[in-house]
Design a protein around this ligand. Sequence first.
Ligand code: ZN
Length: 576
Amino acid sequence: MAIKYLRSNLLFTMNKTLFVLLLCFSILGTAQENYPQDTFRPPLDIPLILAGTFGELRSNHFHSGIDIKTQQRQGLPVYAISEGSVTRIKISRWGYGKAIYVAHPNGYTSVYAHLKKFSPEIEEYIKKVQYKKQSYEVEVFPDFGEVKVEKDNIIAYSGNTGGSSGPHLHFEIRNSVTEKPTNPLLYGLEVRDATNPILSQIFAYPLSKEATVNQMSTKTQINFSKQKDGTFLADKVTALGTIGLGFIGFDRQDMAANKNGIYAVQQLVNGQVYTEYDFETFSFGETRYINTFIDYDHYGKSRQRIQRLFKDPSNRLSIYNTLKNDGKIEVREGLSYKVELLLKDLEGNVTKAVIPIEGGKKATKIEKTEPKTDNYLIAKKPNNYDLRAAKVYFPSNTFYNDFYVDLKGGADTVKIHNSRVPAHRNFTITFDVSNYIKENRKKMFIARLDKKMKASYASTYKRGTTFTTRTKNLGTYTLAMDTIAPKIRAKNFKDKQWLNNYSYLSLMISDDFSGVDSYTATLNGEWILMEYEPKNRTITYNFDDKILDQKKCVLEVVVTDNVGNSTAFASTFYRK
Ligand SMILES: [Zn+2]
């Protein structure tokens, strides 16, 4: 009930605001009018320079926030963008690292991730939870009103925790009810951007069976050049049948070289909008459909993402505002078509390209060559395969399209197609390990082999004489064995040392093959919190956590790898 009340109240306020905004700022376009413009302050007090934009194309997902650069430093104060209540705190060694969620009375929740630490009050709150659960990785959902914050309060300090490859603040604004992330730049935050989006490549795809582009039945790159007026003009394309276009492009804001995502894209054919999408909002449930939005095969070969201006039947993204004929162009003999491609950012900078297409004559037929195998997989059905070393089970709709699946099995290795085909959901690989002696099975696991045949641990569930892994990655899997226990080494102290002026203890932990699974540390027999940062293989204890009443202290650490090999470490130190 409370939520409903909040929502209807919000809608009422928004309608009024909307009216005023429409009168004053109709020039702004559509998106901004739907979001409060003056409620939120920036989360940092430095100029906002972005290393990533909302909706930017990432692996298996669209970026759900903005990445704000933090001057290559950690520890910048992070402010609550408005009053609110902390509704979630999560600490993970992966993903968002240390993250905090603040729900605001206007129906939006702000999210701050990869943090170094929280404000002293919140730090105290979460440490209690960590000591109670005896775990660095925790997730809590405080009751509404339990942990309140005011606008301008420092709630945390920026960092580089979790899946972050350099210091920055990942910042999101979500709808509190639907939990859909929205573009944080729609709320009036100031990011300077006078740079047009950059168009780097254009491609044309023959889509229907008989279709051709420049006499070819395969994807063709189209050359283009800059005109005097700043727009781009492509070389004339001769085509026939149903075709589609795609492009590679990015956007750049002022004062940074980062190749960020483009806000909105439009494709017009003879003046009519065929395709229009933007990154105002999307849902986490649909984000993996990015693999139907980009040319996934091209991405697999070149690591470059072509955005396709036509929609596959399996693509369920909600980002499209307009789609005529699914963005596909029917090219007829003797007719000409003027295709316009518009790339837009939020500041109104537009890059325009014109692609003239002419309906050519029927080409001498060029066969499309899809490599055939013994197994034609029908995507909407469940599929089971026995590959000697292992059985593979694809549930229905694991894949977007039917295809010839390439399967090979040996004594302990299976090749399950290749990583150039995307899977939408998990499939199962089950190895029979009854041929291995029990002692060896304990140290064995399922490993995925990359292109260079380098093995990495795949989550392995062991039951009797079968090992199972669930994955979304096609490729080669094998059985591997790890007999070597993890390594532990003191980083900033030595055994029997006096550590009076030390504020923290840090150790290096690592494992050579299956990887670190868990670790535990005690000081004089009592559990202590050690923060784990896999990127630099470090675990750290903060002396502020406990008052040490003994002069002589014994630190004990045990680290276990993913197959259960463990190493114990002990060290004595003194403190007054
Ligand atoms: Zn991010």
